[in-house]
Design a protein around this ligand. Structure first.
Ligand code: ZN
Length: 421
């Protein structure tokens, strides 16, 4: 294991190369380290198979520097995102690029054992499709619905997630695949995915809001995920946005934004609009030839067909989300807010316009002066991309890299998770 001062400079040099700095002089300039130290670290990183020094970079005169490259094919990671109604899995390289992925419907909230068995089955299928002689598996990243105790990788108990509280997700996958495993709230991972590979690249203060069957937020502050003292940061769905509301939330309060503006709320309000005839489009679904209950997707589809009652429901949902965000903007002053999740993906511009209007109207001008609000460009891939970066960032961190770099791979090193900092 490299001595600690060596490890500091090793991670500094590696981070610069990972961020795209491709010449030795530029690494020296940005790191503030001496030429000799940088050369030694690059040799070490080369031996570990993490950095390659290859083709000649374009030059403006003098001797051409060699092009440095992070070896993103040195290993791969398996990632999964468990939503309320679906499972997504993927294989990513060490640069967070998804090489293969799969999504299917599932009843996640009430079935931890079945869900995780299915994830393992899908992981096996992805592995079987990998080219023969490919890179080794380096780690696994899993995003789950709701808050997670970051240190143990176990979900915090929620009444809406039967059986998931304290479930040893990390141990289960570490034992089966013999690699380090990290688990986090899927909304945190969406924020991380956008920060590292989406519209958030180059930002340091970013808020990701998921409007799906529930509502949650992931906060990046100063370039790092803010998880809070016990992992529950970002449970923004329970911010009260309507004091006089009679709508009860599962948390016991009334007027929570999740109870008023989420996909579940849209489904409930859509049912009412079908029943009282204010939405002809939804009434046809509810009482037509093949009657069925209204869901959030129906409301989104109705709005897209210029059904004014449905459009109004989505606008109102956006206004409630905007009200919640105005408070968060005042408190956290992000530079960028990204809106994702199934409702936002479907209702796009309509919900975004309502959110923007309320945020710019209600938040302090100082906090909104340079604020951008946009739809998540990675959308349904953000969680998987974020899960890949979570694993790779941890493996290549000051805390963990020294524990395995001498072996050339973290495969088989389930124990490094418990490394002291
Ligand atoms: Zn609530």
């Amino acid at each position: 294991m490299p001595p600690s001062e060596q490890l500091d400079t090793l991670v500094t040099v590696l981070d610069l190369v990972r961020s795209g700095i491709s010449t030795r002089p530029e690494v020296i300039r940005r790191s503030g380290l001496g030429r000799k130290v940088v050369t030694q670290r690059l040799v070490q990183l080369g031996h570990a198979g993490l950095v390659t020094e290859g083709d000649l970079a374009p030059t403006t005169g003098g001797r051409a520097p060699r092009e440095l490259q992070f070896h993103s094919d040195a290993g791969h990671v398996l990632v999964a995102e468990l939503g309320a109604t679906s499972i997504s899995v993927g294989v990513a390289d060490l640069a967070g690029r998804l090489l293969d992925q799969h999504e299917e419907g599932a009843e996640v909230p009430t079935r931890p054992d079945e869900t995780l068995s299915r994830v393992a089955k899908l992981f096996d299928e992805l592995m079987a499709r990998r080219p023969a002689g490919g890179s080794p598996l380096w780690g696994i990243g899993i995003g789950v619905l709701g808050p997670v105790d970051w240190a143990t990788g176990r979900p915090i108990s929620l009444p809406t997630m039967t059986g998931w509280g304290d479930y040893p997700i990390r141990e289960r996958f570490a034992e089966q695949y013999n690699v380090p495993v990290w688990v986090d709230n899927e909304v945190n991972l969406m924020a991380l995915g956008e920060l590292r590979n989406g519209l958030g690249q180059g930002e340091r203060d970013l808020l990701f809001v998921k409007v799906g069957s529930g509502i949650g937020a992931g906060l990046i502050s100063g370039g790092l995920l803010h998880r809070g003292a016990s992992g529950s940061a970002g449970e923004a769905g329970h911010i009260i946005v309507a004091e006089d509301s009679q709508v009860r939330c599962w948390c016991g309060n009334s007027g929570c934004v999740a109870a008023l503006a989420s996909g579940s709320a849209l489904a409930r309000e859509g049912e009412a609009a079908a029943a009282d005839g204010s939405s002809p489009y939804l009434a046809t679904i509810r009482m037509g030839e093949h009657p069925r209950p209204i869901d959030a997707e129906d409301v989104v589809a109705a709005a897209a067909q210029a059904d004014s009652a449905a459009a109004e429901l989505i606008t109102r949902s956006g206004q409630y989300v905007g009200k919640m965000l105005a408070g968060l903007v005042n408190a956290y002053n992000p530079a960028l807010i990204l809106i994702g999740g199934s409702v936002a993906a479907g209702a796009g511009d309509l919900i975004l316009a309502a959110i923007r209007q309320v945020v710019y109207q209600r938040a302090l001008p100082l906090a909104t002066r340079n604020l951008r609000i946009a739809l998540s460009p990675l959308s349904d891939r953000a969680g998987l991309v974020g899960a890949a970066f979570m694993v790779v960032d941890q493996l290549l961190s000051r805390k963990h890299l020294g524990r395995w770099i001498d072996n050339g791979t973290p495969s088989g090193r389930v124990d490094i998770i418990h490394a002291s900092p």
